[in-house]
Write a protein that binds this ligand. Structure first.
Ligand code: SAH
Ligand code: SF4
Ligand code: F3S
Length: 447
């Protein structure tokens, strides 16, 4: 058995950036309890799964992962296994009943209870903590020991939109905005630890409302923009129905707010948008895009599209294809519809078979690949500001960074540039990245 001060934790994270953020905080809390993080679950004394339930495949992944841990627990009876996140919230105590090798289950609002749950599990207590609502006591600010250049900060939790296909409102609960003061303190603490780029997170950041001072999201961005030592701000996700002029003006006017927006359309068909309860029409969506591009012409737009929503006809699907051609997104996440518990769409007639969904997904992705490549090729010759992250994944002597619009640019350069802002000229557009060359005498340039 591991000695008291040689304890190791493995945190397996599934799902969205909200979970990635929570996992970082869990790692911070466990470090205070003397747990060192390890990449390999075989070496761990504590394994925490932070799970996602947004699509059926995501949930299935969790069960197969948990299943594999049975063997580990047999080999190391002292191993503690906890399941957190959205599947934990969805299933609650029934997970403990079905999976005897689990020690505890905790929902997204019980993240700050993790140390207590671990302590009690070590004393043999099996429990599920899945009530939704503000956590007992302030969440506090937990800064990872070595956060790197980029970090996330949650500005709001939960979701009140109840899109008909989506489980998130049920597993994350009602929408709650964090006080702006707490957000700014967290940003400042991260910047003090070396972070230069912050991504503000929420399921629908446009509906942020400071419970203490009444700031809206554009107002919050202006305050974060004033944090000294911070270079770049991104945010996600923006709901098209709530995209106001204030946010468009903030994107245009605040120097640290990057020219990038994730604005999920979900479908190009008005009939389906209505059935999805999205709160906008195709025409209204396109009008938002037009208003945004009018003010911020260089903005990179991203989207999510679901194919095979119940009752989706070939014509509906073609309208999603034509939306892609009309908007010309820079990046796209596309998914096959799957039934989720509690949701309205799960109870709808007209479910599509897997083959139809699969072939529509392939078509949609092929179209986006072509558009994405053309958009990237059109970047050639442009001068871009990059935050250099480190050596490129592929290619010797290449460094990699992100442009203001969020595009990955690889360029020949020395490793010392990591963590710096540099200017490059784009030389070539590829499918998933751009190639560039460092402009002379910019290596020392910092904000
Ligand atoms: N709050 C964000 C996204 C949250 S979930 C928003 O409103 O856009 C991420 C994406 O998963 C969604 O945008 C949607 O495209 C997809 N998704 C959600 N539920 C799904 C389901 N039942 N089947 C397939 N995709 C789904
Ligand atoms: Fe789900 Fe809709 Fe909320 Fe996004 S806005 S999390 S898709 S319910
Ligand atoms: Fe998944 Fe929960 Fe995020 S369901 S997408 S981890 S909010």
């Amino acid at each position: 058995m591991a000695s008291h001060n040689d304890k190791r934790v493995h945190i397996a994270t599934f799902g969205c950036q909200m979970n990635a953020y929570d996992s970082e905080r869990m790692a911070g809390m466990m470090a205070h309890m003397g747990y060192t993080p390890v990449q390999n679950p075989d070496q761990a004394d504590l394994i925490v799964l932070n799970t996602c339930s947004v699509r059926r495949r995501a949930e299935e992944k969790v069960y197969s992962y948990v299943g594999e841990l049975k063997r580990l627990k047999r080999e190391k009876p002292w191993l503690i296994i906890g399941v957190g996140g959205c599947v934990a919230q969805q299933e609650g105590y029934s997970l403990l009943r079905r999976l005897p090798h689990l020690d505890f289950v905790f929902g997204p609002d019980a993240v700050t209870s993790l140390p207590e749950l671990v302590t009690q599990a070590l004393q043999g207590k099996r429990q599920a903590r899945t009530q939704l609502g503000p956590p007992p006591g302030p969440a506090g600010i937990i800064v990872p020991a070595d956060p790197g250049l980029r970090a996330m900060v949650t500005v709001m939790t939960g979701c009140d939109n109840f899109c008909s296909y989506c489980v998130v409102p049920y597993v994350r609960g009602r929408e709650r905005s964090r006080p702006a003061g707490e957000i700014l303190d967290e940003v400042a603490a991260l910047v003090a630890a070396g972070v230069r780029e912050i991504t503000l997170l929420g399921q629908n950041v446009n509906s942020y409302h400071d419970p203490d001072g009444g700031l809206d999201f554009a107002g919050l961005l202006a305050r974060v923009n004033d944090v000294e030592g911070l270079w770049r701000i991104r945010f996600t996700t923006s709901h098209p129905k709530d995209l106001g002029q204030g946010l468009i003006d903030a994107l245009a006017g605040l120097d640290k707010v990057m020219e990038q927006m994730h604005l999920p359309a979900q479908s190009g068909s008005n009939r389906l948008l209505k059935a999805m309860n999205r709160g906008y029409t195709r025409e209204q969506y396109l009008e938002q895009v037009r208003r945004l591009r009018e003010k911020v012409p260089q903005v990179a737009l991203g989207s999510d599209i679901i194919v095979g929503f119940p009752g989706e006809t070939q014509k509906d699907f073609e309208q999603s294809l034509s939306l892609l051609s009309e908007v010309r997104y820079d990046f796209l996440y596309s998914f096959k519809y799957s039934d989720r518990p509690f949701t309205k769409a799960g109870r709808l007639e007209g479910k599509l078979d897997e083959d139809t969904k699969g072939s529509r997904l392939v078509q949609l992705q092929a179209l986006q690949r072509a558009i994405g490549l053309e958009e990237h090729q059109a970047q050639a010759g442009r001068v871009e500001e990059l935050l250099v992250e480190g050596p490129a994944k592929h290619g010797q002597g290449l460094m990699s960074g992100r442009s203001r619009a969020g595009r990955v640019v690889n360029f020949p350069g020395p490793p010392e540039l990591a963590g710096r802002l540099v200017m490059v000229r784009v030389t070539q557009g590829r499918e998933n990245s751009l190639a560039g060359e460092l402009l002379p005498a910019t290596g020392e340039y910092t904000a």
